[in-house]
Design a protein around this ligand. Sequence first.
Ligand SMILES: CO[C@H]1[C@H](O)[C@@H](O)[C@H](O)O[C@@H]1C(=O)O
Length: 693
Amino acid sequence: MEITELQLPYSAADRGWLRYEPRDSLQGLPVWSRIFVSEWSDTLEAAVRELRYGIREMSGQSPEIVVGGESLAQGAFIRCATVRESLPNELHSDLLLQDLNEDGYLLKHVADKENGGCLYIVGRTDKGILYGAFHLLRLLQMEVPAERIDLVENPRNPLRMMNHWDNMDGSIERGYAGRSIFFKDQRLIEDDGRIRDYARLMASIGINGISINNVNVHEAEARLITAEYLPQVARVAGIFSAYGIRLFLSINYASPMQLGGLATADPLDSGVRQWWKEKAVEIYRYIPDFGGFVVKADSEHRPGPFTYNRTHADGSNMLAEALAPYGGVVIWRCFVYNCMQDWRDRTTDRARAAYDHFKPLDGQFRDNVILQIKNGPMDFQVREAVSPLLGAMPQTNQMLEFQITQEYTGQQKHLCYLVPQWKDVLDFDTYARGEGSTIQRVASGELYDYKHCGITAVINVGDDENWTGHTLAQANLYGYGRLAWNPDLSEAEITEEWIKQTFGTHAAVVEQLTTMLAESWRIYENYTSPLGVGWMVNPGHHYGPNVDGYEYSVWGTYHFADCHGMGVNRTVKDGTGYTGQYFAENAERYESLDSCPDELLLFFHHVPYTHRLHSGKTVIQHIYDSHFEGADGVEALIERWRLLEGLVDPKRHEAVMGRLRHQAEHSKEWRDIINTYFYRKSGIGDELKRMIY
Ligand SMILES: CO[C@H]1[C@H](O)[C@@H](O)[C@H](O)O[C@@H]1C(=O)O
């Protein structure tokens, strides 16, 4: 079978973790002479092409691909098969094989004295084989000996998505890595190479759904669902398809008016319903495996059902009804709140909004609607509480939304590894059905029997050569995908995988980078807004310190600092009542100053600067100490990175060093602005008598 070679890089892009650098462990050994595959499909082609390429790059030997032939080869070989094929006894007796789900796979080395052994990649579907192929390449890059490979993997989350906030003019809302890889000058980009490289990266971490345009759907993007653009969108969907990825689009809720010339977008209007049904027919004609719609409605001035006095159930159900015949889903975002607030009004609490809006609607949504809920009730801050809406709707499909793009966490100029933050969220116990009702079990559908569910994230890539601006921000992209596949993977496992694939297996590289990544979130938190209160950023672009930047604005994001104290009183007793949205165990823990964790103190309580934390420090002293520590922490990152000079190629070494230097400067600015603000406000000096600038 003639298959096109994988030409890498297709584009000028960095290979990310699919580097396939030569590996000592594979040099000179009789590797695999052939790759057998009994059937053929675009997905299997993608799998074997990747295998052959990766093995050749790492070992210097190029296996031959054999389609449909007997796997009676001389020498070692790889065989890709589905569970329907006849397999050696060793595999059939493997009970785990029966348990493979749609996307799962088995990787197993079967020793054979004469032939040198065979590596089996078995999936229930071709997609499973593709994921298995990427996993094998991951293990080989990590120098795991082939004879030791024996595993079965099933993804925990049915939906493992990425959301792009890309606009058709090529800009990216909250993008920090260049321009869009999909759009330019109001058209879809025709360079398939970059998009294919991107699809490979995504498939290698198990992503199976991607929405390619911003949830803020402007005039131009609304037209992506029209005949003018659908052929171009279908081309991208075709590339994705081979890699097991379904394409989604964000839509404008008022499309029937904008595109159809209707006088209303009322979800109960029969003309509107008919319009969407016909729209679905049209979309699926172009893209038979279209995933569905992502919808931001009645949020930050986007249109939605509230205009017609209808609920979000009415609005989403109408769209779901149109997509249902084709297996499409409606992903409806719960980021709905009053963005025209008055800071004097202490009863309105933005953190309450999603729960207040959606919880009463539990059970009213069609089974192909999924509610997409941000991890926290505010907005992707460096630290905030976990959204109480997650787990609070037993009868409504939910999915969790993370933000990989570092809007509030240093915009990919600062190093901030978010895997530890995401782990905290995934392991958070909601107590929805007693102990052990973790967020990861809500998202995966294990807690309640959801028909559709999973995890999504706002992605951090653009057309920068290294995809993510900061090379080390690739770790967030990788780590998110791995967690979406298996939320039980530990931070250490994910970090090791990423480093070894991306920078090689040298012990010093692994050691230093592991520490840098592990400490970076805390370092960033230390020099920015303290104790869970959030914000304190410059309005609009959200980069850099500005303590009162949002304090007197309409967005509902206040710290309420005065000369006595600071923080938001969200208690039931005499605050906004937000703590009451949690199940009892958490409600009580957050309600009381005695049990509220330090790192979230100012998220839940307004306290005097002299309030003593569990750590033993006063709030004001904690502010000073953490800000000095944070800025010093960045200097320590630089020292560690310096040790890797000569062990990391000069290009990437210099690029990362440049970003770290900027971070060091900027962290001092953060430190000084925050410290001086609270020194002046509180009138309390630093116990250690350091100079407060
Ligand atoms: C796409 O809009 C974004 C907006 O840029 C961002 O500042 C805010 O965090 O969240 C919005 C959302 O999630 O809808």
